[in-house]
Design a protein around this ligand. Structure first.
Ligand code: HEM
Length: 473
């Protein structure tokens, strides 16, 4: 009788125990993963909520779930890190990779095949870092000043304009003339207007374009194809161009030289990618810097006093700007950096190659590791009174040694920090100096609020903001 009972019970008990063990194992495994926001629709996950206002979504998630959390959306697992331990791993770990994280967006937005991108990126990066690094950057000072003076002539003696257009009309041609070659596709006024429209459409749709197949974005795809066709025609001009002054090679020519070793089919695609990289953040940062300075009368006044001390009374004269003068106008640099702190890109990303430990969690390989410079710069632990525009906080940064403030991450960090950062800072610095020296400027609208709509790049303004300018005598 006893024997019969044991025979009946044991298989059931074994199965039940097995289930319990399996359940516990799975639980333990899951416990070691960060909390995950996954919504309820398969594959789409939290995509719909995230899509409404992505920048706000990730901060609300941090408050609710803590310093490390995962968002599952559109088939991707994105794990956000927000504090020291996670940030250090993001920047320093050998198990996370920049190129693998961006290869799909690069393929979608510029049609550069993943294998070509992976083969060439390091070579291109090293070249750009050298050409625009701290050692060489002041070679651009004279050229930037001349180009900016030339573009400022087109403003006339006075007027009112949308500040975004004001900045674009100046910096599109200046950047293209210097980094690509002088006069490239901007000689003809009608063509120029068409170029602006298509580039703007491409830039505005870039975030969606980096996540979705092109056939879902008809207008964006049209602008992308228009730009690629234009660049295809421009390649011979870019290659043939020689600077009248020193015969030096432009940044784009150096890119094309590296490309030629591998392939000669993707030249227009790299022109598109480089053009986007060099304009998409610099233009909004110049916009926000002017907006912040002009809406802070005390800062504006101190800057004007500095400019007069260095260059004499402000007038319409064509002043020459050199490294020596820039060193004396530190407040302008602080204003630009403080602006970038407050209007930093929404996210930067790395791909996890092998499981990594952050706090008590294990982040599985295949996850995208995400860091938000925008929110990091709003953490009072790292930046006291984070919402205030306080240029003087930059007094503490060792700018002489080219160091930013700790936890300032607007240009990314680690091995693949933005190679164009010194160029962008110099371009905006000279731009602000020349505008304020030559024109009496006023904002006709209050400082606009920023949009929370995108994660890629610097936030755009939500409202209109007009500038009134009058040439000085
Ligand atoms: C204020 C303006 C700018 C901001 C805020 C900015 C920001 C960034 C950020 C956040 C990254 C990603 C870095 C990372 O993941 O660690 C990046 C990469 C990059 N930036 Fe910039 N950038 C600016 C201006 C420029 C300019 C003017 C150029 C070119 C002339 C440029 C060229 C690039 C390139 C080529 C990369 C990719 C580097 C690579 O492939 O490894 N950027 N930038």
């Amino acid at each position: 009788m006893m024997e019969q009972n044991t025979e009946l019970i044991s298989p059931t008990v074994i199965i039940a125990l097995g289930c319990v063990v399996l359940f516990l194992c799975l639980q333990r495994k899951n416990l070691r993963r960060p909390p995950c926001i996954k919504g309820w629709i398969p594959w789409i996950g939290a995509g719909l909520e995230l899509g409404k206002a992505p920048l706000e979504f990730i901060e609300k998630a941090r408050i609710k779930y803590g310093p490390v959390f995962t968002v599952f959306a559109m088939g991707n697992r994105m794990t956000f890190v927000t504090e020291e331990e996670g940030i250090n791993i993001f920047l320093k770990s050998k198990e996370v990779n920049f190129e693998l994280a961006v290869q799909t967006p690069v393929y979608r937005t510029a049609s550069i095949p993943k294998n070509i991108f992976l083969t060439l990126n390091e070579k291109l990066y090293i070249m750009m870092k050298g050409k625009m690094g701290t050692f060489n950057i002041h070679q651009f000072t004279g050229q930037l000043t001349e180009e900016l003076h030339e573009q400022l002539e087109n403003l006339g003696t006075q007027g009112t304009m949308e500040l975004t257009n004001f900045v674009r009309n100046l910096l599109y041609p200046v950047t293209v003339n210097i980094l690509f070659n002088k006069g490239l596709f901007l000689t003809h006024e009608r063509k120029m207007k068409e170029f602006y429209q298509h580039f703007q459409a491409y830039d505005e749709g870039f975030e969606y374009g980096s996540q979705m197949p092109e056939w879902l974005l008809r207008n964006w795809s049209k602008s992308k194809r228009w730009l690629l066709a234009l660049f295809e025609k421009s390649i011979p001009d870019i290659k043939a161009y020689r600077s009248a002054k020193d015969n030096s090679v432009t940044l784009m020519q150096a890119v094309l030289e590296i490309l030629e070793m591998e392939t000669n089919k993707l030249n227009p695609n790299y022109v598109l990618l480089m053009l986007w990289a060099s304009l998409s953040n610099t233009i909004p940062v110049a916009f926000w810097t002017l907006a912040f300075v002009l809406s802070h009368p005390d800062v504006h006044k101190t800057i004007m006093e500095g400019i007069s001390t260095v260059f004499g009374t402000a007038s319409k004269d064509k002043i020459k700007v050199t490294e020596k003068e820039l060193k004396k106008l530190l407040l302008i640099k602080w204003c630009i950096l403080e602006t970038i702190r407050l209007r930093a890109p929404g996210i930067i990303t790395r791909k996890v190659m092998k499981p990594i430990k952050i706090l008590n969690f294990t982040i599985p390989s295949g996850d995208l590791l995400m860091l938000s410079p925008f929110w990091l710069h709003r953490n009072p632990k790292y930046f006291p009174e984070p919402e205030l525009f306080k240029p003087e906080r930059w007094k503490k940064a060792n700018l002489e040694k080219h160091a930013f403030l700790d936890c300032f991450m607007a240009f990314g960090g680690g091995k693949f920090q933005c190679p164009g950062r010194w160029f962008a800072l110099l371009e905006i610095e000279i731009c602000i100096i020349l505008i304020l020296y030559k024109y009496d400027c006023t904002l006709l609208d209050p400082l606009p609020k920023q949009s929370y709509l995108h994660l890629v790049g610097v936030p755009q303004p939500n409202d209109q903001c007009r500038i009134e300018y009058k040439q000085r005598i």
